[in-house]
Design a protein around this ligand. Structure first.
Ligand code: P1T
Length: 388
């Protein structure tokens, strides 16, 4: 890819970064290299690839493309977002302590709470809306800060630059799960984070047909360690899955613009609905993180959570009545999804943790897709009608 501008625009990078026409055939799409092994001239005489767990050309193209989008030197792809998270946490050692944003994906909570604990790594979950609280929670053995912003499912906004400053002053690594925002809206490395994690299952692939993850960093030492962990732990993505994410990410900018536009219309509509007690969308001025989101993001994304009046029965009837939104876990695809965090994505949290966060029986999370907004608005009305 060549442009006369110093740096190609985001949409151009989505389509071209890390890829160039195949030198043999001219194919414009990156070939899916399925080979598990690569012939060597003699022992050690390979052409950059020896075995596909350690490295694969289709994976290299994906890693280079996504690293370019996040402004990172290194991209290290994994077989799921959870595998990417686990790899980052494998850079820690027994006796270390991690500060984790109190609102994270249920599966991420489970890694800290049910796995890492048994390896002697301690975790404190805290609300990071006030960066001073983060500073105060740092212990002598704290090594890392981990956060999601916007967070899953409460759409909390944390100030990445302010928390990066805490991390820098205390010699800690800051890891940001950027899955909800995507690099189209927010680039944590530019705000001072050391690591960015994604579930590529979501917006980056965008078509709900891959489970994948990636870690990005510009820190050479961390990059080398993560490449080592990728080949050593072995949770690497298949070449076909890498190809699908490469193909999906080409339309990331186009998709995000539409996700944002429709999500705003739906969020505003929900605020006017008598059956809705509270709407959580960072684009609404009433959202407590609106000002920070406006500063650190270039748009407010496609995720909305809201609290319905009434109990579990009402929420269940609402979800069962939807015809365009599918009642399903996951997010970030072209199709709209609605789910019940307390029963579905965040069931692995303790009941107390859910209650403290406000993940109650009436909380519904929407992943707003690319369908016509009129059809989505009508579908939600259908749900409310059935829930009454
Ligand atoms: O599902 P997987 O690709 O392993 O990604 C895990 C993950 C990591 N980080 C965030 C912010 C996530 O939302 C997820 C997965 N989340 C869902 C499946 C969900 O419905 O919220």
């Amino acid at each position: 890819m060549t442009t006369t501008r110093e740096k190609a625009g985001f949409d151009t990078q989505c389509i071209h970064a890390g890829q160039s026409p195949d030198p043999v055939s001219g194919a414009v799409m990156a070939p899916i290299v399925l080979s598990s092994t690569f012939a060597q001239d003699g022992p050690g005489g390979h052409k950059g690839y020896d075995y596909s767990r350690a490295g694969n050309p289709t994976r290299t193209a994906l890693e280079a493309c996504l690293a370019a989008l996040e402004g990172a030197k290194h991209g290290i792809a994994f077989s799921s977002g959870c595998a990417a998270t686990t790899a980052v946490l494998m850079t820690l050692a027994a006796g270390d302590h991690v500060l984790v944003g109190d609102d994270v994906y249920g599966g991420t909570f489970r890694i800290f709470d049910k796995v890492l604990k048994h390896f002697g790594v301690e975790t404190t979950f805290i609300d990071m809306q006030n960066p001073l609280d983060v500073l105060e929670a740092v212990r002598p053995n704290t090594r890392m800060i981990w956060l999601e912003t916007p967070s899953n499912p409460m759409l909390k906004i944390f100030d990445i630059a302010a928390i990066a400053d805490v991390a820098r002053r205390r010699g800690l690594k800051l890891a940001v799960d950027n899955t909800f925002a995507t690099p189209y809206l927010q680039r944590p490395l530019e705000l001072g984070a050391d690591l960015v994690v994604h579930s590529t299952t979501k917006y980056l692939n965008g078509h709900s047909d891959v489970v994948g993850g990636i870690v990005m960093t510009s820190d050479d030492e961390l990059g080398e360690r993560l490449h080592f962990l990728q080949k050593t732990l072995g949770a690497c993505p298949s070449p076909f899955d890498c190809y699908l994410v490469l193909r999906g990410v080409k339309t990331l900018g186009v998709r995000m613009r539409r996700h944002i536009e429709t999500a705003r219309a739906i969020a505003e509509d929900l605020t006017r609905h008598p059956r809705v007690a509270r709407v959580l969308y960072p684009g609404l001025e009433a959202h407590p993180g609106h000002a920070i989101a406006k500063r650190q993001m270039s748009g407010f994304g496609g995720m909305i959570s809201f609290e319905m009046r009434g109990g579990l029965d009402h929420a269940t009837r609402f979800l069962r009545a939807l015809r365009v939104f599918a009642c399903a876990e996951s997010l970030g695809g072209v199709e709209s999804l609605a789910e019940h965090p307390a029963i579905m994505t965040h069931a692995s949290l303790t009941a107390e943790a859910r209650q403290a966060l406000g993940i109650g029986d009436g909380l519904i999370r929407l992943s707003v897709g690319l369908e016509d907004s009129e059809d989505l608005l009508e579908d939600l009305q259908r749900g409310f009608g059935a829930s009454a």
